[in-house]
Design a binder for this molecule. Structure first.
Ligand code: FE2
Length: 236
């Protein structure tokens, strides 16, 4: 891992929001991406225990300068989940004045469900970069699970949200989902990245919390089909 990069994977219900039943059941990962020299840091999909996440940043001597959102779902952005209100970026903004980076196609969905306002959001095109200190993060638009789902590539780490899990992919039967776009995102975008890239998913649904893309390609069935028809016949 690059020496200037600070990178941390945190599991909900274990590393933060301990004792929170929904956080424990949902097994979401929150990520911290920062610059180890300037001590600036971005949070990816902060939810469930905002104070806990702020404490972790403080213990690690990090200043949180922004949020990256993979997509609008409440277990990633905050909002109503199964009738319960989940803390998210809105609650974080009550403590810090920082930009919330999202894909432009996710904006209307976030405005409907997360409690965030348009002034809170910094919307991006696929291919944009966001910097934290001297660390640069590339945003890769991967629609399919939601219209504006995105992944983050920093050095050789891919934060894949609910687009790619180690043993599967995000659901494509939810509001805003599109199985054909999911095929394109998985096969024509993520599957073409280098095998040595480490995949960090949005949930702990597998035996391991992360794995390299070469291995993921060898065992993940959603990366095997080679035509949209073949993929849609199995997964849509
Ligand atoms: Fe999701």
């Amino acid at each position: 891992m690059d020496s200037t990069l600070y990178f941390k994977q945190l599991l909900s219900g274990k590393d933060f929001a301990v004792g929170n039943q929904i956080a424990t059941q949902m097994v979401n990962f929150v990520y911290m991406i920062g610059d180890a020299e300037s001590r600036k840091c971005l949070l990816v999909d902060p939810t469930y225990g905002i104070d806990d996440l702020l404490n972790i940043a403080q213990i690690d001597d990090l200043q949180i300068t922004g949020v990256l959102l993979t997509h609008y779902h409440a277990d990633h952005a905050g909002g109503n989940l199964f009738g319960s209100q989940i803390e998210g970026s809105k609650e974080l903004l009550e403590k810090l004045s920082i930009p919330i980076h999202c894909n432009k196609d996710e904006v209307p969905w976030l405005l409907k469900t997360s409690g965030l306002n348009s002034d809170d959001l910094e919307s991006h095109e696929s291919g944009d970069t966001v910097s934290v200190g001297n660390v640069e993060i590339k945003l890769i638009g991967t629609p399919g699970h939601t219209p504006g789902s995105q992944c983050f590539l920093v050095n050789s780490q891919l934060i894949a949200g609910d687009t790619l899990f180690l043993d599967g992919c995000g659901r494509t039967d939810l509001p805003g989902s599109d199985p054909e776009l999911m095929y394109d995102s998985l096969i024509n975008k993520l599957n073409k990245l280098n095998n040595d890239i480490m995949v960090y998913p949005g949930h702990f649904y597998s035996k391991d919390p992360f794995d390299n893309l070469g291995n993921v390609k060898s065992y993940n069935p959603v990366l095997k089909p080679r035509t949209p028809q073949e993929w849609l016949a199995i997964f849509s």
